[in-house]
Design a protein around this ligand. Structure first.
Ligand code: OKP
Ligand code: ZN
Length: 334
């Protein structure tokens, strides 16, 4: 299995995040990628497919903002990382606002996703890694892995949040569609609901989104991921959310995965993209499921039993010392 990674993904390194009313060291740090690299062995850098595939799922105004936000922050006389502090609840109406603070609110949904001088470069190359893995499989490989960092599944067409800026799995899914793949399924097994991916494809019937995650009644991102969200318009029925309670172990996780895989089989996709987060691990510092390192191959085997070509895209996982081990354990099941 080929693993795709670009060293520029290491550059994005926010200093701190707002957590429970105070500032703490940033959980989504470059050491996560280093830990995975140590455990996984040789990776290859992705070719540069440009911005066009990114602009197929993200608004041009948002991408422009992402590229320039930190420079504008600095030009406003600020030090450190750019973060918003005020949000236009329910997108009141289109306004032509100048201040970087207004732009930050417009293009984000939380205060724990800072933009640094290096953010654009890192997220651009992470998206290229996802594209490289996708094209590897479109060219005939049965599976490929994209070591994307930072993660992507919380980012929507025009918003960042949840440590995510570009939605790597969404870019990959759209690229597969554009290459002629008719039906694409996305299985999101990060601990957190992939609200950005859901939003991007919510009204589409060509891309199925199925997610197993912590119940948003108790866990981030709260406002999405509830079981009654089933898609809209043409996409009605092409979204499936399977929320599980805190404390979930493999025994409770497996029936949900079975349901997810049956839904995917019924959809009849030509390609399956997996948003994989290792934050379902029992020792994850910001998550509350109870999966063990040795549980992950069973998940991979059930996914592989679909017989579908697979692209695995990395999302979360914050127990840094165990992260590489957990990802290697998951991939060993394929
Ligand atoms: C990203 B991924 C305050 C709470 C913010 C954000 C969690 C993002 C998880 N620190 N938490 O889905 O692993
Ligand atoms: Zn997560």
């Amino acid at each position: 299995m080929k693993l795709f990674f670009d060293p520029r993904e290491l550059d994005h390194a926010p200093e701190q995040e707002l957590h429970n009313g105070g500032f703490v060291p940033y959980a989504e740090h470059p050491g996560r990628a280093r830990d995975m690299l140590d455990a996984l062995g040789a990776t290859e850098p992705p070719p540069d497919r440009g911005e066009a595939p990114i602009l197929r799922v993200h608004d041009a105004a948002y991408i422009d903002f992402l590229k320039n936000a930190h420079a504008r922050w600095t030009a406003a006389g600020r030090g450190g990382d750019a973060v918003g502090y005020t949000w236009p609840i329910a997108r009141r109406r289109p306004l032509n606002l100048e201040r970087i603070d207004a732009q930050l609110g417009l293009f984000s949904f939380d205060a724990s996703t800072p933009i640094t001088a290096d953010t654009w470069d890192s997220v651009y190359w992470g998206a290229q890694a996802a594209l490289a893995a996708t094209h590897e499989v479109l060219d005939g490989a049965s599976i490929a892995f994209a070591l994307c960092r930072p993660p992507g599944h919380h980012a929507g067409a025009d918003y960042l949040g949840g440590y995510c800026y570009i939605n790597n799995v969404a870019v990959a899914a759209q690229a597969a569609r554009d290459a002629g793949v008719e039906k694409v399924a996305i299985l999101d097994i990060d601990y957190h609901h992939g609200n950005g991916t859901q939003d991007i494809f919510y009204d589409r019937d060509d891309i199925l989104f199925v997610s197993i995650h912590a119940d948003p009644v108790t866990d981030y991102p709260f406002y999405w991921g509830h079981a009654d969200e089933r898609g809209e318009g043409a996409g009605e029925g092409a979204t499936l959310n399977l929320p599980l309670p805190r404390g979930t172990t493999l025994a409770e996780y497996e029936p949900a995965l079975e349901t997810a895989m049956e839904e995917i089989a019924a959809f009849g996709p030509d390609l399956l993209l997996v948003s994989f987060g290792a934050d379902t691990f029992e020792e994850d510092p910001i998550s509350q499921f109870k999966l063990k390192t040795e549980d992950y191959p069973a998940l991979a085997r059930r996914i592989a039993a679909s017989g579908l070509p697979l692209v695995v895209v990395m999302e979360g996982g914050y127990a840094t010392d165990a992260l590489g081990r957990n990802v290697a354990s998951f991939l060993s099941g394929f």
